[in-house]
Design a protein around this ligand. Sequence first.
Ligand code: CA
Length: 219
Amino acid sequence: MNRILIAEDERGIASFLEKGLRAEGFTTLVVEDGPSAASAARDRDFDLVILDLGLPYLDGHEVLAEIRGRGERMPVIILTARKGVGDTVTGLEGGADDYVTKPFRFLELMARIRARMRDQGTSEVTVLEVGDVTLDLRTRKATTGGKEVELSAREFTLVETLMRHPGQVLSRQQLLSHVWGYDFDTGSNIVDVYIGYLRKKLGKDLIETVRGMGYRLIH
Ligand code: CA
């Protein structure tokens, strides 16, 4: 399960998705309008489709209807900028497996892709462990020294990002775009603030500050 079709007409979002998914080891194809999405889904072999609703010529709902109309069961995750539940309900009734509302965080989308992979029975790491800290990615629970620690969603995602790259220095900008979203204010010191929270909760020696570069998880 590693071929993903990205149907998205906003170049910035499409390339953000493509870069992120490739970094996670997926093969991707980007198409920018509805008819291309429908034909790519028909003619090529994809394991999952990320489908923007607002596509030119044929919108996401119509593309989805075309895919499901052929009895094709590949997972489809809808991307929508549209507020309100109407589109979401229509999408899910039309056979989408999940949806993500723009603006979204890459890790949120990854979590949903991983959930679809689990549904498909693909094996996937579910517990991360570094030193005496463990993260259960299914239950979103963290422990240190065997004791459960309460983490907010952002704290969890931040430490998850660091734990996926143990020993590697991640810049503030990388952490910002992974945890808070690609368009988050880059002048913010929010990463430093959250690193402080994590040190309080998980131990001050877990995360090292690398001066002028960023942060690194000590393993
Ligand atoms: Ca669009």
